[in-house]
Design a protein around this ligand. Structure first.
Ligand code: PLP
Length: 426
């Protein structure tokens, strides 16, 4: 009831009543739940209802909400100052930590969001190569910078608009679109735009059109094509970074990108992003080089404290990733078994703590096949699960996030609720 009242107030003062479209319930019907607090694997709405949270603030809360170690570090730093606008030791510590954890990183620059990280990495790639054109993949989301809102995933996909309005043609004309998992589509673009491609940007695991895994050889193929054509390979690890293991997707698949972008987990819940990679490339960034990129609050000490604390825990506790893998596997195998038991075909994809259930009989391997999912069925399923205290992203095309705070009992409870849904509806 309280959520309803808050939403009625919110829509009067904020577009759609939310500060980010992915929080809206347009795709599933109903109105968003307003959150009062969160702890561990649970979130609580303003009416006091508890939910097992499978969104985790869209990725950052990999340790669960309100981890005491992170909170303590933040509170301690707050008492020493919230922002300086001048260098602090924390920024050096953060850079050293990231470089120590991820083999392909030699230099990093902190920013305030994933959007900023990607936008800046692309600017650096263009500055370094002296080329304008970029290749991105249909259904991959890289934040809301103009040049990247072409055939994007996430909320753009849910809204059913392939491209955002308000993006001048000129801003998008150098963005070339390839198909995920289709290396020929990339090769073709390289051939047609000989010596003009600055970079290929990709989500090494596509987590913004549901959850689509790279097929064997796809990422290797991109690496080879980039090398052959003098283009840079950018891994957008805003979701996968420090989630698919301490080295992210690059480590998981054993591919070395030239640049990588980060966000979400590295802020521990604070607004943080970063981009980094080869030293020769990062040396084009101002004040060392001529590619301008700045930020009033970049490397903010409170945000650095949250991020450093979370990253250090991940670095020092490899068992967290084993736990996440086990939870993810239990969830996926459980869902597959349930639908099979009731003779209904769905496509369940996933890796480690990331999963997605598509209501389709097709194998999902790209944007086109992801779109074959029956979103009306998803909406029904979503509302059933919400009612029973399971909070998933309110869209078919968002990933399911599991945190280290989740337990096998949580997963089994959720599987029980899924079975109740199938039993009644199929
Ligand atoms: C979330 C996301 C972004 C954008 O990050 P923001 O912090 O929301 O600006 C970019 N790339 C990927 C892969 C993401 O998932």
């Amino acid at each position: 009831m309280k959520s309803k009242e808050l939403f009625e107030r919110a829509i009067k003062t904020m577009p759609g009543g939310v500060n980010s479209p992915v929080r809206a319930f347009g795709a599933v019907g109903g109105q968003p739940v307003f959150i009062e607090s969160a702890k561990g694997q649970y979130i609580y709405d303003v009416s006091g209802k508890e939910y097992i949270d499978y969104v985790g603030s869209w990725g950052p809360m990999i340790l669960g909400h309100n981890d005491e170690r992170v909170v303590e570090a933040v509170v301690k730093q707050m008492q020493k100052g919230i922002s300086y606008g001048a260098p602090s030791e924390l920024e050096v510590e953060m850079a050293e930590l990231m470089i120590d954890m991820v083999p392909s990183l030699e230099m990093v620059r902190m920013v305030n969001s994933g959007t900023e990280a990607v936008m800046s990495a692309i600017r650096a790639a263009r500055g370094f190569t002296g080329r304008d054109k970029i290749i991105k993949f249909e259904g991959c989301y890289h934040g809301h910078a103009d040049a990247l809102l072409v055939k994007a995933g996430s909320g753009v996909m849910t809204a059913g608009v392939p491209d955002s309005s308000g993006v001048p043609e000129g801003c998008a004309k150098d963005t070339l679109i390839a198909e995920y998992n289709n290396i020929q589509s990339v090769e073709c673009l390289f051939d047609k735009n000989y010596n003009e491609i600055a970079c290929v940007i990709v989500e090494p695991v596509a987590a913004n059109m549901g959850l689509v895994l790279p097929k064997t050889g796809f990422l290797e193929g991109l690496r080879k094509l980039c090398d052959k054509n003098g283009a840079l390979l950018i891994f957008d690890e805003v979701i996968t970074g420090f989630r698919l293991g301490a080295q992210g997707a690059a480590g998981y698949y054993g591919i070395k990108p030239d640049l990588s972008t980060y966000g979400k987990i590295i802020g521990g819940g604070m607004p943080v992003g970063a981009y980094g990679g080869r030293k020769d490339i990062m040396s084009v960034v101002a004040p060392l080089g001529n590619v301008y990129q700045a930020g009033t609050l970049s490397g903010n000490p409170v945000a650095m404290c949250a991020g450093i604390t979370q990253l250090k825990i991940l670095k020092e506790s490899p068992e967290i990733y084993t736990h996440l893998d086990n939870l993810g596997e239990r969830f996926r195998q459980g869902v597959r078994a349930l639908f099979k038991k009731y003779g209904k075909k769905v496509w369940v994809s996933g890796i480690g703590s990331l999963s997605c259930i598509y209501f389709t009989e097709n194998e999902v391997c790209d944007y086109r096949t992801a779109k074959t999912s029956d979103t009306k069925t998803f909406a029904k399923y979503f509302l059933h699960m919400l009612d029973r205290g399971n909070y998933f992203g309110p869209s078919q095309f968002e990933a399911i996030f599991i945190s280290a705070a989740h337990t096998m009992e949580n997963i089994d409870k959720t599987l029980g609720d899924i079975e109740a849904y199938i039993d009644v509806n199929i």
